[in-house]
Design a protein around this ligand. Structure first.
Ligand SMILES: Cc1cc2nc3c(=O)[nH]c(=O)nc-3n(C[C@H](O)[C@H](O)[C@H](O)COP(=O)(O)OP(=O)(O)OC[C@H]3O[C@@H](n4cnc5c(N)ncnc54)[C@H](O)[C@@H]3O)c2cc1C
Length: 382
């Protein structure tokens, strides 16, 4: 069975990367179809922490250089997307406090502060008393904290859904289906579209593979290694504003001595996260993770221990061996592209990825430098 709709661009995967790229391309006048196997934002894009930080994964200079343009794009999207769709995606600028519980930790944070300063990001060191003026959630028993005012957060489910609705307004089509391979165009290095599990095909001039951790399976389709693996992350949601006895939480925070963080959200409950587990594509939650996450966060905040638990989620990060995503044209293909492998920072880097992909696919000069994310490094490692 063949589907006759011929798109300019067919995007596989309705996560934040595929959806924002669809928005960019459709807004620029391209005929876009997105095919999603499960539901829009049903992967990590729907249940991430939504923290816009470039510091939670591999600190590669090329990624750090992309962080300011991506943040600027997020700030623009926080205005333009709600204006187009009426959906508030919860973008909120609030302080993020990296605490030190020991002098050693304080030293580590001061080094972090000095490196960030060389990149032009100012983070102020404050005392434990000053921390208590920002939030009483953090124990007084700390040495001090580094305040960051350039790591906002948002609701990544709403961001993705809003991008989908905005893309639809610009003519993009979202369809259900599980892609099983590229349709042979009869010409080497060209795909005619994609094949679906039900035996049908979707035709397109260009194909973009944006399937998060599942993109690893596309290595077989494109005939080049695509080493993207899933890493499970579990998080716990807690209510922080519903008790008169408990002071409101006005910031996100973590301790350099502990893994994980506590993220205050504007539209949803506070998030305590996250585990990093190598369990394949298993997306179930576990009691062990619940206990571990709350125990760790409670060492920094007595209120975490007493807060009402309102949920627990698990989703999969797309992890690459060198910590950088693959963003660019697939080796040996003229019209097949990949944008996947953003690990713990896919929400943060989604806008800049979408802009870069839209530039590349439209044949325009890239407005941001994504050369370090090229897929050439899987063929010739750099
Ligand atoms: C616990 C946790 C917390 C996180 N917190 C943050 C954070 O605070 N900040 C941040 O920036 N990042 C965070 N991340 C990372 C971020 O969520 C991901 O990097 C990002 O969501 C990846 O987006 P994506 O669109 O590439 O993939 P996904 O969201 O996984 O979307 C891929 C889509 O492709 C679809 N698909 C798969 N196979 C097929 C197929 N064969 N055919 C059709 N469709 C298919 C899937 O159903 C899915 O909807 C977190 C991740 C985890 C696990």
């Amino acid at each position: 069975m063949t589907n006759n709709s011929v798109a300019d661009v067919l995007i596989v995967g309705g996560g934040v990367i595929g959806s924002l790229t669809a928005y960019r391309l459709s807004k620029a006048g391209h005929k876009v179809t997105v095919v999603e196997a499960d539901g829009i934002a049903s992967g990590a894009s729907g249940t991430s922490g939504g923290w816009l930080t470039p510091y939670s994964h591999a600190l590669h200079p090329s990624m750090l250089a992309l962080a300011p343009p991506s943040l600027a794009l997020h700030r623009e999207l926080a205005i333009s997307l709600p204006a187009e769709t009426g959906i508030d995606h919860g973008f909120t600028e609030m302080p993020y406090l990296r605490c030190a519980m020991t002098e050693e930790g304080a030293g580590e944070l001061r080094e972090f502060q000095a490196i960030r300063a060389t990149e032009g990001t100012v983070m102020e060191w404050i005392s434990a008393e000053e921390v208590r003026q920002i939030t009483r959630w953090i124990t007084a028993d700390i040495v001090g904290a580094l305040v960051s005012n350039s790591e906002p957060n948002l609701d990544s489910y709403r961001l993705t859904v809003s991008a989908v609705q905005a893309a639809e307004k610009h003519g993009a089509t979202f369809v259900s289906g599980r892609v099983t391979g590229l349709t042979d165009a009869g010409t080497e290095g060209r795909a005619a579209g994609v094949d679906l599990e039900d035996g049908s095909t979707l035709s397109a001039a260009t194909v973009l593979l944006a399937m998060g951790p599942w993109t690893g399976a596309c290595g077989e389709w494109i005939g080049s290694p695509l080493p993207i693996k899933p890493q499970r992350g579990q998080m716990v949601q807690i209510a922080t504003d519903n008790d008169d006895e408990t002071p409101p939480l006005e910031a996100g925070f973590s301790a350099v001595e502990l893994p994980g963080s506590v993220l205050k959200k504007r539209l949803t409950d506070t998030v305590v996260g996250a585990t990093k587990e190598d369990v394949g594509f298993d997306r179930s939650t576990t009691q062990d993770a619940l206990v571990l996450l709350l125990e760790q966060a409670s060492r920094l905040s007595e209120y975490v221990a007493t807060a009402q638990i309102t949920g627990q989620t698990a989703c999969l990060r797309p992890i690459t061996p060198d910590g950088r995503p693959y963003v660019g044209r697939a080796p040996k293909w003229d019209n097949v592209y990949v944008a996947a492998g953003h690990a713990s920072e896919g929400i943060n880097f989604a806008p800049v990825t979408a802009v870069a992909m839209a530039d590349l696919i439209a044949g325009n000069e890239a407005t941001v430098d994504i050369s370090a994310l090229s897929l050439d490094r899987v063929v010739t490692p750099v």
